[in-house]
Structures are given as structure tokens and as C-alpha cells.
Design a protein around this ligand. Sequence first.
Ligand SMILES: Cc1cc2nc3c(=O)[nH]c(=O)nc-3n(C[C@H](O)[C@H](O)[C@H](O)COP(=O)(O)O)c2cc1C
Length: 395
Amino acid sequence: MPEAAAHPALAPVELAGLRLRNRIIKTATYEGMTPKGQVTQALIDHHAQLARRGVGLTTVAYGAVARDGRTFPEQLLVDEDARAGLRELACAVHEAGGAVSLQLAHCGGFSKLRGPDGAAPRGPSPGFNAYGLAAGVPRIRAMRARDIEAAIDDFARAAQLATEAGVDALELHCGHGYLLSQFLSPLTNRRRDAWGGELTARLRLPLAVVRAVRAAVGEATPLLAKLNLRDGVPGGLELAEAVQVAAALERAGVDALVPSGGMVQKSAFFLLRGAVPVARMAAAQRSRLQGLAMRALMPMIVKAWPYRPAFFREDAEAVLDAVSIPVALLGGVDSSAVIRGALARGFSLVAMGRALLADPDFIERLARGEEPVSRCTHCNECVAEMDRGGVRCVL
Ligand SMILES: Cc1cc2nc3c(=O)[nH]c(=O)nc-3n(C[C@H](O)[C@H](O)[C@H](O)COP(=O)(O)O)c2cc1C
């Protein structure tokens, strides 16, 4: 009997000179394993294990580029104190045969934390910070020109530090309602200066960040960008502009795109789809007040979107057709069949979150010639539980 051909996802691929052993990215899922903002052994083991079980590129989630770029204090802070831990993490992933990417992000006005001067966090425009309400930070202030310049420098410094520590690739978070997404979105960027208004002005900060990061790390480090196809909120970024964003990111020097959608503070379940685990999320809050507020308010303000496999595929195809750099299909990549379809359509990569949490043996099964379908039920309780003992599938 002739041997069955290897699964197409297992073919190696090159990203700006970095050879990945296969096309499967473990996408960023906040690990809840950086209690003081530092790399821990648990975080190292988590990513080494993903590499050991076959992931081509594993993504360390939400590396805050500055102290005031954190949404909450337990997020990994990419500063000097993180250097040794990142080096250890990168070594562990390399020893397991994989490559590691660090998601670089800044939260802008979406934070429970006050700024360094003790005042409200800053975003492109002033506004209400529903996320910070129970933490006593209900307001967003507008960034001044010097805050914007500082954020660009923070991205560049964090990128340099991470690559010096041995991280193979960087993912710039331009989506999900964090700072760069806040600037891109007409809903949250109402500035009338050079950083707001028409799309070209809303693009100015993300593109400045790409160029500064590129200058800091050189040509040899692949830069991925995670971007929104749609914000999933009325008045937010929509697909037609997202396609232009993707093309502009390519022109600025990004090597690969990871299209997603939604704003965590306004449409969190647009990016996840499936169930809204209200009770578990309320139980996971640190204070009783926050838990009660969440239980009362969530059903009114949090919209659910039904899950389906490859839920961003049609929109992501518009991006795929507009650029020539590799594009990863993300969102509900939950079976061998979905992966085969995506690669056949021209996606170079697939990015998987919940399916790899639910099925750590998924890639091993592909390698054995099976056609796995993930057992993830999109209950989204992993999201509610990620702060309590580390991200995992609760099933
Ligand atoms: C527990 C959990 C944590 C997440 N944390 C992050 C994060 O830190 N950064 C990010 O860009 N996306 C985050 N996401 C979103 C995922 O990267 C991904 O966009 C989403 O889960 C859809 O992919 P999937 O259907 O393969 O899970 C998270 C998702 C989950 C389930």
C-alpha cells in the first residue's frame, strides 16, 4: 500500500527567513501564568509543551510594551525584568523543536489601572471606560502627542528586548480594541489632529509602530500583525477599511497577517463566538462587588454570536485576496477539514486557540494520518478560568 500523503498543514513554511516546521500557529490565549507580570516556570512549561506536541509557532499572549500598556497588573510586562525569563522560554521552545512569537500590545484606554501620574488611562479620545468602572477607573483621557510618541518607543524597545532574548517572531496586536485597534477604529478614534479622521490618519500610529519595530529588530525577525476584520460594534471598523489596513501593514513591512475581529471591551464574544459564561466569569472576579456587577450587567451588555467553524473565513478571504504576504486563518479552526480547506484556498497558515487547548494531541493526530475534529464546545469557560490557575480547557 502506498503511504498516505502527509497532511498539508505539516508542510514547512518560511516567514521572513524563519523556517517553521509546519503551518500551525498556537494563537495568543492569555495564559494567566505571569502573576507579577513576570515569566514563570508554568509559562515556560506551557509553551514548551505546545512545541513538544507539534505546534510550529507558539504565541506568548499579551506582552505589555509598557507599565501603562497593561489592562490589568498580572499581564506579562516586557521590560528588563522579563529578559532572563523570555530567554529561558525561547530556549525551552527551541529544544522542543518549535519557534516562539511574542504578542506585543498596549491597552490604551482599556484598563483597570491608573496611569503613572495616578490619573485615568489614556486612549486616542476621551470616553467612558466600562471595563475600569468597578476598579474605580471609569474615565479614558485623550493621549497627547508625547504619549503617542512614547507608545511608539515602547513598542520598539520591547521588540528589541524580546528578540535579544531569543524570541523568533513578534505579533503586533492591532486588533481586539487594544491601543492600535482603538486608533484604527472610527468609534474610538475621534481625534481631529494628524492621528485621527480619515483612515490614512487613523493608520498613522499602527504604521509608525511597524516602522519603529522594524528599525529596532532588523529584517531577520518576522513581524506578524493581528488585525480586526470588523470591530463587531456599530460605528466601528468594517471590512472595507480593514482590507485597506491589511494592505497598508504589508506596505509598511509586516510579514504575515492574522485577521480577527471584535473589541474585548465592547464585543468580546464577536472574536470568540459561542456561549457567554456569565456565572463563571462573575465567580472569577477578585472582589464580590466586581462579581455582582458582572452578573447583573453582563447579560444586558454582552452580546452573544453563534459559533460556526472558520467563522472569519469569508471576511479573511477579502484580506487574503488584497495582499501578497502570508495570511493565517484564525477563528474556529477546529478540524482537519477546516485546515485543508483554508490551505487549499490560499491561506499559508492556520492559527488555533481553543481547539489546541481542548485537544493538545491535535497535531500528533494529524501526523498519524487521522482527520481530527476538536472536542471544544465553545463554552468559553476557558476565558472565565484563565486567571484562576492558568488557561486550560475545563472539559
Ligand atoms: C482563553 C483565551 C484567552 C485569549 N487571550 C488572547 C490574548 O491574550 N490576545 C489575543 O490576541 N487574543 C486572545 N484570545 C483570542 C484568541 O487569540 C483567538 O482570536 C480566538 O480564541 C479565536 O480563535 P479560536 O476559535 O481558535 O479559539 C484569547 C482567547 C481565549 C479562548
